[in-house]
Design a protein around this ligand. Structure first.
Ligand SMILES: CC(C)(COP(=O)(O)OP(=O)(O)OC[C@H]1O[C@@H](n2cnc3c(N)ncnc32)[C@H](O)[C@@H]1OP(=O)(O)O)[C@@H](O)C(=O)NCCC(=O)NCCS
Length: 308
């Protein structure tokens, strides 16, 4: 605990005041570095995520938030994404490294196996920092925002796809669809869906054609920004325009309910998804590298992991 407004705090949940301080810190980084962190930090979930899921680390200097490591876990609780921010006035003093070490110990206590460091490609120092942490490249993603002026005109389809909000009874079929589309284990997907469907900022939809379940898509709306996530079409039904119908249906629903920003993320080498999103009116706004640090099963002192 802080006694003099200096030092580090590891917290399971941030207060509204602390979220405000993180926004101010991100604002200072954006002003100094010249690029936006808004979508990458996922501000909306900082206050709303379930208690005990992940911890964030905050570093204060004379009462000012000077460093922040924000953690997010999505489908798989053993994999955690970290975004580290250090105020431009406090860089190259070891703060980023110390925050990363605190993250490693907090994550090891929770049985996390993989940390993915979120490194904006615009960051001047991010790649060197990730290298110094001993990470290896996992993958890169584009962030794409909807440009409402580029949405294609509505077309009536011979085999229309219907999208309806999903309930708990739909979890097994949705897990089978998502697991087959991403070639992942179905049990893990079931657990992830159960967990994600408890999050009140998310709505999960099941898509059906001729009454047969064919796809899954989710929206996560917070802080005026909507993310489209967990998007999958049965592999044998891909390439038939089902994804485009699902995406356009969810986009129209979000626009009708007042969402101003609609964002989707896609792996840079997923050409099919990328061209689908472009056709539907999304444009690339930035790219992010995900750098992987595998944590050993048996807790190791974080200093041994970073070789210092
Ligand atoms: C990346 C960032 C978090 C680093 O924070 P920091 O407190 O300055 O980092 P540290 O002082 O702990 O640096 C640790 C090591 O990373 C490497 N590093 C950090 N910044 C670097 C730079 N500008 N050039 C080269 N190497 C750098 C060095 O190896 C450094 O060790 P050293 O100083 O002993 O040589 C900070 O620059 C930042 O907030 N950038 C904007 C946001 C961002 O890009 N985040 C991505 C990382 S998740």
């Amino acid at each position: 605990m802080l006694t003099d407004g200096n030092g580090m705090m590891v917290l399971d949940k941030l207060s509204t005041q602390q979220v405000g301080q993180v926004r101010a810190l991100a604002g200072s980084c954006e002003a100094g570095d010249g690029y936006s962190l808004e979508a990458r930090l996922d501000f909306g979930t900082l206050e709303t995520r379930p208690e005990g899921s992940v911890s964030d680390v905050l570093w204060y200097e004379n009462g000012q938030l000077a460093g922040f490591a924000g953690l997010n876990s999505y489908s798989d609780p053993s994999e955690v994404e970290i975004s580290i921010l250090v105020h431009p006035d406090f860089r190259r003093r070891g703060m980023g490294h110390a925050l990363a070490r605190a993250v490693v110990s907090a994550c090891q206590k929770r049985g996390v196996r993989q940390l993915l460091l979120v490194v904006p490609q615009e960051s001047r120092e991010g790649a060197a920092f990730a290298r110094a942490m001993g990470t290896r490249h996992s993958h890169s993603e584009y962030t794409m925002d909807l440009d409402a002026t580029r949405i294609p005109l509505f077309e009536t389809m011979p085999d229309p796809v219907e999208l309806r909000p999903a309930g708990a009874e739909d979890v097994p079929v949705m897990a089978a669809i998502v697991a087959s589309a991403f070639a992942g284990p179905v049990e893990e997907e079931e657990q992830a869906l159960v967990r994600l469907m408890k999050d009140l900022t998310r709505t999960t939809y099941l898509a059906a054609r001729d009454g047969r379940p064919v796809g899954v898509i989710q929206s996560a709306v917070s802080d005026g920004r909507a993310f489209i996530v967990h998007f999958a079409v049965r592999p044998e039904m891909q390439g038939q325009g089902i994804g485009q119908q699902m995406l356009m249906a969810i986009v129209r629903g979000l626009l009708n309910s007042g969402s101003k920003w609609i964002t989707i993320e896609v792996e840079t080498d997923n050409r099919n998804a990328l061209s689908l999103y472009q056709r539907c009116g999304f444009t690339t706004v930035n790219a992010t590298d995900y750098e992987l640090l595998e944590l050993p099963r048996i807790p190791t002192a974080p200093e041994l992991l970073f070789g210092c």
